[in-house]
Design a protein around this ligand. Structure first.
Ligand code: UDP
Length: 274
């Protein structure tokens, strides 16, 4: 929720409270394949935000009457852990969490080739472990690469970041203090390879010039984040290749020919005919 913009958030040198320039992102890192049981997963650290995204599916949808005859249903579950914010959050899903889940599902549905998997569900869980503003954008960044990690076919990768107003100036990637004390917040989701915007929200009052400047800045930020997403995905395969190379030859046992007996015909049971 944007504030009234009266708190001084930019110093005389034009630096923000956390030392960033107005057009600078927070430090961002993404790790792919962090969960063993998920089909695809990613962990994102964006400033102090820590979020894990897990993808399951395409899989059977329950209850079945919710299935879509011509495409897969993308279901997002954005949740904040009780300990992720200063004031303990109730574990029950809040209206805010349900709304964010819905808009994130809409954004991801715009790039996933859902028509390839009719009547199925693709479930995307986003768990915020530590929140510091911009969690919906960070969740979307992680969810998008987790979908790629799960091998879900997509037209492009969604990237996401907010721009906003602090002391009447347009700034990129607001953190919690700027989100609360600034006067406007505009989260955006953008797929750079498609040049498509799939989420645009606005909180606060922007002039037309401020809106256009925010939009340009958020798109520029999303393009920077997209490069980090691509590198994280490439890194996963570099790591796998390194692991495979490291296996010493002695461990990669070959079965001696004498041991590789043929199964006697009597043991090779036939399936009883129905
Ligand atoms: N927040 C909180 N308690 C809540 C919800 C949010 O303390 O129940 C904080 C949290 O740090 C979050 C920030 O408020 O990142 C901004 O929330 P907003 O609804 O603007 O969503 P976000 O910017 O995280 O996408």
């Amino acid at each position: 929720m944007a504030g009234d913009g009266t708190v001084q958030l930019i110093d005389e040198k034009g630096k923000r409270v956390d030392g960033r320039d107005l057009d600078e992102l927070r430090p961002l890192s993404i790790k792919i394949g962090v969960l063993k049981n998920a089909d695809g997963s990613a962990e994102i650290r964006m400033g102090k935000n820590i979020i894990v995204a897990a993808v399951y599916g395409p899989r059977e949808l329950h209850p079945k009457h919710r299935a879509l005859p011509d495409r897969a249903l993308i279901q997002c579950f954005y949740r904040m852990a009780t300990f992720s914010v200063n004031d303990r959050k109730s574990p029950a899903p809040s209206r805010r969490e349900k709304e964010i889940s819905m808009i994130l599902a809409d954004s991801l549905s715009s790039v996933v080739l859902t028509e390839k998997y009719p009547r199925t569900a693709i479930d995307v869980y986003m768990q915020v472990l530590q929140a510091d503003g911009g969690t919906r954008c960070a969740s979307l960044i992680a969810a998008s690469v987790a979908l790629a990690d799960a091998g879900v076919p997509m037209r492009g990768i969604v990237s996401s970041v907010a721009a906003g107003l602090i002391n009447d100036k347009v700034a990129l990637d607001l953190y919690d203090l700027e989100d609360q004390k600034g006067s406007g917040d505009m989260p955006l989701a953008y797929a750079p390879t498609l040049d498509e915007i799939s989420l645009l929200q606005l909180d606060g009052i922007f002039t037309i010039d401020q809106f256009e400047e925010s939009l340009d800045l958020a798109v520029k930020g999303a393009k920077e984040i997209f490069e980090i997403q691509k590198n994280a995905l490439k890194q996963k395969y570099t790591d796998i290749r390194a692991d495979v190379k490291e296996v010493p030859k002695a461990e990669a046992k070959e079965v001696p020919k004498a041991e590789a007996k043929e199964v006697p015909k009597a043991e090779a049971k036939e399936e009883p005919k129905a």
